[in-house]
Design a binder for this molecule. Structure first.
Ligand code: G1P
Length: 271
């Protein structure tokens, strides 16, 4: 059973400047709700019972969002506004399942994952990258189904324009298991066009084995001076660990760039 999810939230959000100079990108509203709430909802609907947020001192605003009781209580005392009461109840419900850990230096996604080591209980856990929203179909839920069937690690996959491969982790696929799932031979972080083994990209949903911590511990920074989760995954694949690329059927929205963020609001408003 996959019961725990982790969400790296310590990123600086430079692609969304100037908005992120004072504001956490994951709290920026999309159609009236922080983008993070869509991710939390996806987790809960997929059966997750504990979510670990990896934040930093710069991103304390995220913790405050869930612990601003005094503000709500005073407002509710003054006027019994049903909408405020409902929002406060929702925040309390989310808070019950959220834990916070800290990554004060932005050393990459691999380093963020390593910070959760002490808290992971089961053999596998889910990771969601908050820049990647997937709407219309619960991607985590369908990945958990694949995981149950094949008892393997799973990552979300999407075909991208060949010209953009250097923006993504890129797969080299092996055997097709069914309509949507492929075994992975290799995964390379942000390759040049000429080195890219395909145009199948990693999208920010991962079911990872607890074993990955032993790889992350020994990993040196690579591309861009960061510790990449992709490198730890490749190292596990080299040790014959089974990883599956799952072609998800929802719609992908990139909330991490300005154009993507603006487009996400329009797409979600249409739902
Ligand atoms: C991260 C991963 C990359 C993946 C991407 C999906 O990159 O390192 O492999 O393709 O998320 O959004 P980042 O967006 O942090 O540069």
């Amino acid at each position: 059973m996959i019961k725990q999810a982790i969400i790296p939230l310590a990123g600086l959000g430079t692609r969304l400047l100037p908005l992120t100079s004072v504001f956490a990108k994951e709290l920026l509203p999309i159609n009236g709700k922080p983008s993070l709430e869509y991710i939390i909802k996806e987790c809960i609907e997929a059966g997750i019972t504990e979510i670990i947020f990896i934040i930093s001192k710069r991103k304390m605003m995220i913790k405050k969002y869930f612990y601003n009781d005094k503000f709500y209580k005073e407002l509710i005392k003054k006027k019994k506004d049903q909408r405020i009461i409902q929002e406060y109840k929702k925040i309390l419900k989310y808070r019950k399942i959220i834990k916070f850990v800290y990554q004060n230096k932005p050393k990459g996604t691999g380093d963020a994952v390593l910070k959760t080591k002490k808290y992971i209980k089961d053999k596998y856990f889910l990771m969601l990258l908050p820049d990647d929203l997937i709407i219309k179909k619960n991607c985590s839920k369908s990945m958990i189904k694949t995981h149950k069937k094949y008892k393997a690690s799973v990552m979300a996959s999407m075909s991208v324009n060949k010209k953009t491969v250097s923006r993504w982790g890129i797969y080299k696929l092996n055997k097709r298991l069914n309509k949507n799932d492929y075994l992975i031979n290799n995964v390379i972080e942000k390759p040049n066009i000429k080195d890219a083994p395909s145009n199948k990209a990693v999208i920010g949903r991962y079911i990872l084995p607890k074993k990955i911590f032993s790889k992350l511990k020994n990993l040196k920074p690579s591309k861009g001076g960061e510790i990449h989760i992709t490198d730890a995954i490749q190292s596990l694949i080299d040790n014959n660990e089974k990883f599956i690329a799952h072609n998800f059927s929802g719609k992908y929205l990139d909330c991490g760039s300005m154009n993507g963020y603006i487009n996400s609001s329009m797409e979600i408003a249409k739902l």
